[in-house]
Write a protein that binds this ligand. Structure first.
Ligand SMILES: Nc1ncnc2c1ncn2[C@@H]1O[C@H](COP(=O)(O)OP(=O)(O)OP(=O)(O)O)[C@@H](O)[C@H]1O
Ligand SMILES: [Mg+2]
Length: 244
């Protein structure tokens, strides 16, 4: 089985500042990878490198088998991306947002109409389909942005802090949707600040100061760093260790 994401020493500097520092990882297809890290750890920059939106200063990466430097366009066509400042049209309804993004992805006519119905039902948005997106609550808006990101059934999905600013009940609903996709074989890379969400992931990467300070299953990280203690302790320990 090929890896969905494979990087070796992936690095990005901005002037003297190293935002992503020698990240090496392998993410098997069908995995939910959670990336945890404080503000400025380099999570968003890493995603932009993987999508070929930003050129690495050093290192290599392949996403769905494509090279991040030379084949960024092929990667972006095949991936879903819900950016941190996600971009819904607030003056448009859920229906219209899905139409708009569907056309961007090249969906038309019956194919678009049926995919749209499927996603409205899946994300629990049917009752709100004709409301202005800007008037929807945070959880609903997040689900709409999510639906827009998966319109074209991407095998790999990048979710950049999809649940920030969302209440706990809505966060749980959101995770049900993520599980649903993963059950269908989609690979998901999701960044979060919430440690409780880390437990939902198959693999975890902890980013600190641009480095991938730890990488493994939640159980492996607990065993390696804190015995039976919680992941919050792992995180604290890593944050206190000096960068090597
Ligand atoms: N285009 C840029 N030019 C200069 N510095 C940048 C640029 N993009 C990101 N940085 C810096 O790189 C570091 C990592 O930023 P990044 O947005 O990747 O962090 P993050 O982990 O996503 O943080 P957050 O949790 O706040 O979203 C930050 O210090 C940021 O200021
Ligand atoms: Mg970010």
């Amino acid at each position: 089985m090929t890896a969905a994401i494979e990087t070796q020493g992936l690095t990005r500097r901005f002037g003297d500042f190293t935002a992503v520092d020698g990240v090496t990882m392998e993410v098997p297809a069908g995995t939910i990878l959670g990336l945890l890290g404080p503000n400025g750890a380099g999570k968003t920059t890493l995603i932009r490198l993987l999508l070929g939106l930003l050129a690495p200063t050093a290192g290599r990466g392949r996403v769905l088998g494509y090279d991040v430097v030379r084949e960024g366009e092929a990667i972006r066509e095949r991936c879903g991306y819900m950016s941190q400042r996600f971009t819904l049209y607030h003056d448009l309804t859920p229906d219209e947002n899905l139409d708009f993004y569907g056309r961007l992805y090249g969906l038309r006519g019956r194919a678009l109409a049926s995919r749209k119905e499927e996603l409205l039902a899946w994300a629990g948005l049917r009752p709100y389909r004709h409301a202005r997106a800007g008037a929807l609550g945070g959880g609903l808006r997040q689900r709409l942005a999510f639906a827009c990101a998966v319109l074209h059934c991407p095998p790999l999905l990048f979710l950049d802090e999809p649940t920030s600013g969302v209440d706990p009940a809505s966060r749980r609903q959101f995770w049900d949707l993520i599980y649903d996709l993963a059950d269908g074989g989609t690979t998901v890379l999701v960044t979060t600040h919430f440690l409780d969400e880390a437990e939902h992931c198959d693999l975890l990467g902890i980013m600190l100061g641009g480095r991938l300070a730890a990488f493994g299953t939640p159980a492996e990280l607990r065993a390696a760093y804190a015995g039976e203690e919680g992941l919050d302790r792992v995180f604290l320990r890593l944050a206190q260790e000096p960068a090597t």
